[in-house]
Design a protein. Structure first.
Length: 255
């Protein structure tokens, strides 16, 4: 079967041949039928678990909220996504799913969501008090008030980096926070209480597994390769060393 990158070479050869009828005929006669086989069939899968290993010397204050079983260390609310070392050659069809994020008991529920470009998120308010949903991003921003039972629906059209998700806030209640991760491919997951994740139909190739726990500021990157028909398994352990360091702000020049 032809590698995914070879399709570009075939396309270029075909275009150049179309302007010469004889060359076009020869191209069709000598072309290996295997080159026409859809490369999408060359896929694999990955499944695994994200764990947190505690360190008494460096306690992580969010552990009690996201690690239900300290014996296993299974880490909930963790975003896991694949980043190819080379960009995907063809876009993936949008599914246009709809996810609801409620404002309940002065919290975003769920506080972390993962979507694909084209998906919609419906923001609702179950509290009696007036809430607000604010998102600031150069490519995507909104700021709306929501009274009880009101709904605001937003479609996310631009993908963002795994390590820089959209941050949700409420201007009236500063402790409320949430995150929206947007990808232009379907190879992402959000762990539950058992810390597990899985992805299927992944094109063969080399990737980085990007892991981000936005509430606890834990990040990790691991290189992997996906082979044809391979069921890859991966266990990733995070520690206090994976806490994302703040980038110090540059001091303004007094000149």
């Amino acid at each position: 079967m032809v590698p995914i990158l070879k399709l570009h070479h075939l396309e270029g050869r075909l275009r150049s041949s179309l302007s010469h009828p004889l060359k076009a005929l020869l191209f069709i006669l000598i072309l290996n039928p295997a080159d026409l086989t859809c490369h999408a069939a060359e896929t694999g899968s990955i499944s695994g678990v994200i764990r947190y290993k505690a360190d008494s010397e460096s306690p992580w204050r969010y552990q009690r909220y996201y690690v239900a079983d300290t014996n296993t260390g299974a880490l909930a609310e963790t975003v896991v996504a694949l980043k190819p070392t080379e960009a995907f050659l063809t876009p993936f069809p949008e599914k246009h799913t709809r996810i609801t994020v409620d404002q309940e008991n002065f919290q975003f529920v769920p506080e972390t969501v993962v979507v694909q470009t084209g998906d919609k998120v419906a923001f609702t308010n179950s509290d009696e008090t007036l809430h607000n949903v604010m998102l600031t991003h150069p490519d995507d921003a909104f700021n709306v008030n929501l009274a009880k039972d009101e709904v605001y629906e937003h479609q996310f059209k631009a993908a963002i980096e795994t390590m820089q998700p959209h941050r949700l806030g409420c201007v009236y209640h500063g402790s409320m926070r949430g995150w929206v991760f947007v990808f232009d491919h379907p190879f992402f997951a959000l762990t539950g209480k058992d810390g597990t994740f899985s992805m299927e139909n992944i094109p063969v190739g080399h990737y980085q597994i990007e892991v981000h726990h936005p509430a606890g500021k834990l990040v990790s990157t691991t290189p992997i390769s996906i082979a044809k028909n391979e069921a890859h398994t991966q266990e990733i352990e995070l520690t206090p060393k994976n806490i994302k360091k703040r980038t110090p702000k540059k001091k303004k020049s007094s000149l």
